[in-house]
Design a protein around this ligand. Structure first.
Ligand code: FAD
Length: 470
């Protein structure tokens, strides 16, 4: 029956533009019923990501309303919710955009099989990536484990044009009941940090497009030279939007390619970074254990330290190593962290503090509003040395010399560390506003002494590495 609606199950695809699932659903000519489900898998994400997701849902719901539609909110296991909604509305089937992390894949497989067994149509679509992870293959038909050949393989691959924004979404004759977003309390675990991070978050599809345009117009040209300087606004800051699907990598790819053809200097470097995200998903698909296990088997015996008071000082931005602490505080205040700072903070934890990369991975997952299951896992394993195409373990970043090189005027460190500044600014003070009260931190206290000498930490890490190889 053509008037039976389709349920559109939105997850990390909170946009109207360039949306293959939405376009295919519109082609069916059926009424469309958008739904967002707060299921146990979504409940389980980190505090900051969950808060930011709530903001994204609110913005997306308004965008749908402007097209004569709505976003129905329901809470519970996805399959049960979809089956109940199908019964209530007489829906013909369910459509969604694919996700690739192990928890989502397991859920979606089960949902698809059960819906089909129950006589509903169930289809998943691409959209989160430039290329489906299984589409890119080596000459021997395997998957890539090294970035540069992967880049060489995808740089020439055709990418279809982005799809336009629909003008209207056909509504069902009746709307089913919806939860109220406020009742979901998406920011609850953030406590007082939410109000601080909200000052820096950029939410929704319109904001994503504006960020892309602003970056192309003002910053792309200098990207290759300045992208490593955390004190300079030189990168696109699109990761937050990519995480929730508020913009597609395809839209970014075409914009970057146009700039490349126009000869803009930073364009190729930028496209290569976008492809690091693809590569992360390629690896997550082919080796899902990358999210939780040392990717290289020979790392299983490494003498990582587990969680400890030292790791807690790292989490609190109180190591006494200014570049590391600035990085950790940047994340706490803004919900994101500059890529160079992620490298330094991760290296310090896994090398100088000899701590298992999964301790850091979990804290990033808790605090990042751009948390991405693939890029976070690959980033940590890359720095730790346990991952594919990783930085060798013995290459240990020295945070002091890295600071001299990448933050030569100290602007980044003083922006985030109140104790090192005579007139701390809003970011430095924001850290003390956002930090949990039980941490008992005040900007008036003296900045802590380094918790470990840099040479001592380095020697300890190298000794552990030598023992592993002995
Ligand atoms: P730009 O420099 O403007 O790059 C454009 C886009 O390319 C980014 O938005 C991102 O999608 C992609 N990209 C850039 N660098 C990388 C990279 N090294 N790996 C994968 N994709 C990249 N990125 C996340 O999006 N979420 C995470 O949870 C995350 N965790 C990380 C953890 C560690 C330990 C490390 C070392 C890196 C992590 N990254 C993560 C990658 C990277 O730091 C961010 O993507 C980047 O800082 C986002 O800023 P931007 O959007 O301004 O990037």
């Amino acid at each position: 029956m053509p008037d039976q609606p389709l349920l559109l199950w939105f997850r990390r695809d909170l946009r109207l533009a360039d949306h293959p699932m939405l376009a295919a659903a519109l082609d069916s000519g059926r009424p469309l019923l958008p739904v967002f489900i707060l299921d146990p898998e979504t409940e389980a994400i980190g505090a900051a990501a969950k808060w930011r997701l709530g903001e994204g849902i609110a913005t997306f719901a308004r965008a749908l309303e402007a097209l004569g539609s709505q976003l129905v909110l329901r809470r519970g296991p996805a399959l049960e919710v979809l089956q109940a909604l199908a019964r209530e509305t007489g829906a013909a089937g369910v459509r969604w955009s694919r996700l690739y992390d192990p928890a989502s894949v397991a859920r979606d497989r089960q949902v698809k099989a059960a819906l089909r067994a129950g006589g509903l149509s169930a289809e998943s679509h691409a959209g989160h990536l430039l290329h489906e992870p299984w589409e890119v293959q080596t000459g021997q038909g395997g998957f890539y484990k090294v970035y540069t050949p992967y880049w060489n393989a995808v740089r020439q691959r055709p990418v279809a044009d982005a799809l336009p924004v629909p003008k209207r979404l056909p509504a069902p004759a009746q709307w089913p009941e919806s939860d109220r977003l406020e009742d979901w309390r998406m920011g609850a675990a953030m406590q007082r940090g939410a109000a601080v991070v909200a000052r820096y978050a950029s939410v929704g599809e319109v904001a994503a497009q504006a960020r892309l345009r602003g970056f192309l117009d003002a910053r792309l040209e200098r990207y290759a030279d300045a992208r490593d300087l955390p004190g300079v606004e030189a990168t696109s800051r699109l990761s937050e939007h990519l995480t929730y699907g508020e913009i597609t990598p395809r839209a970014i790819w075409h914009a970057g390619m146009r700039a490349l053809h126009e000869g803009v200097p930073g364009a190729e470097k930028f496209l290569k970074e976008v492809v690091w995200r693809e590569f992360s998903y390629h690896l997550l698909h082919h080796t899902p254990q990358i999210a939780s296990e040392n990717w290289r088997n020979d790392w299983q015996s490494f003498a990582w330290r587990g969680d400890s008071d030292d790791a807690e000082r790292w989490r609190r931005g109180m190591t006494g190593e200014p570049f590391v602490d600035a990085a950790m505080r940047e994340m706490f205040v803004t919900g994101t962290m500059h890529n160079r700072a992620r490298l330094i903070a991760a290296s310090y934890l896994t090398k100088h503090l000899l701590t298992d990369w999964r301790v850091g991975q979990a804290w990033f997952e808790e605090c990042l509003i751009d948390w991405d299951p693939a890029s976070n896992a690959l980033g940590w394993q890359w720095v730790a040395g346990s991952g594919p195409d990783a930085s060798p373990y013995f290459r240990i970043f020295n945070p002091a010399t890295q600071a001299e090189k990448f933050d030569p005027d100290g602007g980044y460190r003083s922006r985030y560390i109140a104790e090192l500044s005579t007139a701390p600014g809003p970011e430095a003070l924001g850290f003390f506003e956002a930090a949990p009260r039980r941490w008992g931190l005040t900007p008036k206290a003296a900045y802590p002494a380094p918790m470990i000498g840099l040479a001592e930490g380095r020697d300890r890490a190298l000794a552990a590495y030598a023992a592993r190889n002995a």
